[in-house]
Ligand binder design. Sequence first.
Ligand SMILES: [Zn+2]
Ligand SMILES: [Zn+2]
Length: 173
Amino acid sequence: MNGIPYRVWIPPRPTGGDYALVQQADLDRARVIRAGEVRLGDTVLADFPDFDRPVPGGLVRAQHFTDPYWATPQPVDDACSCFACQASAWTTADGPLVKLTDGFPWDGCEVRPAGDLLLVSPYRCTCGCDTTLADDWSAYDWSAAASVQHLLETGRPLRPGEELTPALATPAR
Ligand SMILES: [Zn+2]
Ligand SMILES: [Zn+2]
């Protein structure tokens, strides 16, 4: 929680109902970071709707998303015609904005001020792939079947030519 000038309270994630299952290990290693610090493939679990209006001496409370999502951070597209962008009321007064996803799992973009607080489980994969973040997304393979499969399973594609372990190449039964 480096540099977060708030006392945060993260209630247990609700289970059942509309709440998608999140592995306990991913909840345990989740961190509170700024939206501008989210990286490709990180799992965004919750936000803090009242973080900029803290009660004196109080806590800012996490609000768990029913559907956590894998982030694909990218610049905001002012010309985007999706309903979320059309309906959003962000202005330059909100500071720099970041688009955390341009669709999945919703139909529209998720745009937030870069200073927003979020509960995020950092990207991790144990298949043996290169888990370091590439400097540029063009350093990933966005088209090969194995890479797209890895993206769907983990939130991040593979590097061009990267080998998959047999365990991931062959779905477990
Ligand atoms: Zn949009
Ligand atoms: Zn992997």
